[in-house]
Design a protein around this ligand. Structure first.
Ligand SMILES: Nc1nc2c(ncn2[C@@H]2O[C@H](COP(=O)(O)OP(=O)(O)OP(=O)(O)O)[C@@H](O)[C@H]2O)c(=O)[nH]1
Ligand SMILES: [Mg+2]
Length: 335
């Protein structure tokens, strides 16, 4: 089971994997000594997969330090060291998505810019929650586009979960409020609320989301229980400003990185980790996280999206992810 999901990720993070393998292939497999040239190649490989300047610097510095301490005498040791560094960096972002059963309905707001993958992710997540035996209701909070409502209704139909929707142009906050009422009346466990990614020029997206949040918490003071930003991995370094902007506006509790399949560069996760590097005492340090809603805990990546299908939402796990990136075909073939 575990092996299956890992193989799946392995297959789909191709671009980043090849880039790393290409540069690191020399380092890991060749006869080459670990000199400045080798470190430069590693640096180039990391930068080429959207790891970003900050994170790359951290990783290369850490490796260089070990080299100068002569801890890394061979390529095998180097590979192990890189794995450790990458994993350590992502580890604080590994936290499972959990539904608090004391909160019913447990309300999840899905936010993000248009086209990021919000609606699709809701469809996939609804399926997972259903498979866990939970009842789910979808709220069509993206009232800006008629197609958005239809898309959500289609996901609802496929997963056999109800969808609360109103006509195009309806007030997003009131649709979500209605959905919470419906969920409470029906004893439903989880409400997944879709939101718009783009609004008319006269309406500000962040204002709208803030209003949604206010209205939701009027219904239940503890809600929303999760505010999850869906990021399109393909946008690269722009992810960083999106995390900051949405967090500032609505206080994020988690991330989902969609579209890590295809041409996406998986390195963006390291860039996000580096941006969020704040130690547990609140000072800038290694790989903790400062968020408006929770100043000392790392902002988790709950899931990664690796395709358009309903099954293509994988739990994020730092170790599994880094393994998938560093594994090469040979090793895989030999188990
Ligand atoms: N390859 C791939 N495609 C994805 C993934 N997630 C979503 N998509 C596709 O990305 C496109 C946009 O996804 P949506 O879910 O409609 O995005 P959205 O954030 O709801 O967009 P708006 O409603 O316009 O704000 C669709 O064609 C999805 O099928 C993924 O993990 N991998
Ligand atoms: Mg949508």
């Amino acid at each position: 089971m575990k092996e299956d999901s890992r193989t799946g990720i392995w297959d789909r993070l191709s671009r980043t994997r090849y880039r790393l393998a290409e540069a690191a292939g020399n380092l890991f497999l060749g006869e080459r000594s670990i000199d400045q040239d080798a470190l430069d190649d590693l640096e180039a490989a990391l930068l080429g997969t959207d790891v970003g300047v900050d994170a790359t610097q951290r990783i290369v510095d850490a490796i260089a330090k070990r080299v100068s301490r002569r801890e890394l005498s061979d390529t095998r040791a180097l590979r192990g060291a890189l794995r450790e560094e990458l994993e350590e960096m992502l580890a604080p972002m590994t936290r499972p998505f959990e539904v608090d059963e004391e909160r019913r309905p447990f309300v999840v707001l899905m936010v993000g810019v248009n086209g990021a993958g919000k609606t699709t992710t809701i469809g996939k997540l609804a399926k997972q929650l259903r498979d866990q035996g939970r009842s789910v209701l979808l709220a069509a909070g993206d009232t800006f586009r008629a197609a958005a409502v239809e898309q959500l209704i289609e996901w609802g139909r496929r997963n056999e979960v109800p969808v609360i929707a109103q006509d195009r142009g309806a007030d997003s906050a009131s649709v979500i409020f209605d959905a919470m009422e419906a969920a409470r009346a029906r004893g439903i466990d989880v409400v997944l609320a879709d939101t718009a990614g783009r609004l008319q020029a006269k309406t500000n997206l962040m204002e709208e989301l803030r209003k949604v949040k206010r209205v939701v918490s009027r219904f239940d003071g503890t809600a929303p229980h999760e505010v999850v930003l869906v990021l399109d991995a393909g946008i690269g370094q722009n992810s960083l400003s999106q995390v900051a902007r949405f967090d500032e506006a609505v206080g994020l509790t988690g991330l989902i990185v969609a579209k890590l399949d295809g041409t996406a560069r998986a390195g963006i996760l390291f860039a996000i980790a580096a941006q969020n590097a704040v130690s547990s005492d609140g000072r800038d340090g290694r790989y903790g996280r400062k968020v408006a809603s929770d100043p000392v805990r790392a902002l988790p990546v709950y899931f990664i999206g690796v395709g358009e299908g309903v099954e293509d939402l994988r739990r994020f796990d730092a170790r599994e992810f880094v393994d998938a990136l560093l594994e090469n075909g040979q090793e895989k073939a030999h188990g």
